[in-house]
Design a protein around this ligand. Structure first.
Ligand SMILES: [Zn+2]
Length: 105
């Protein structure tokens, strides 16, 4: 019972720290890419350790190929598709991996 409560508390703290780290990494990415990368990696590590699923806004900041922290306009390119299928392409400028996200509405 106590262990259960502890787990919830730990998860709340983890979530808070992940958001803090990502927020800071986003701001820092312009000035110090290494630091931003380290912070983002730490946030991802915490999420994996606590088995948390990150929200989409945060998940799309990590390359599916090289797992690095990528920011639109800095280290990733975001383009809309030209075909009838509504999709966006997120290209990692570090490894060239392209991630397609189909938009349904
Ligand atoms: Zn990549």
């Amino acid at each position: 019972m106590i262990a259960c409560v502890k787990k919830y508390l730990a998860r709340d703290i983890a979530k808070e720290r992940i958001h803090l780290l990502i927020d800071h990494a986003r701001r820092e990415a312009l000035y110090d890419e290494m630091l931003a990368n380290d912070q983002a990696r730490l946030a991802r590590k915490i999420a994996m350790r606590m088995r948390l699923r990150l929200p989409y806004e945060i998940r799309q900041l990590f390359c599916k190929g090289c797992k690095q922290f990528i920011l639109p306009g800095i280290s990733s390119r975001v383009r809309t598709g030209r075909s009838r299928l509504k999709a966006i392409r997120i290209t990692c400028l570090k490894c060239g991996h392209v991630y397609h996200k189909v938009i349904t509405n």
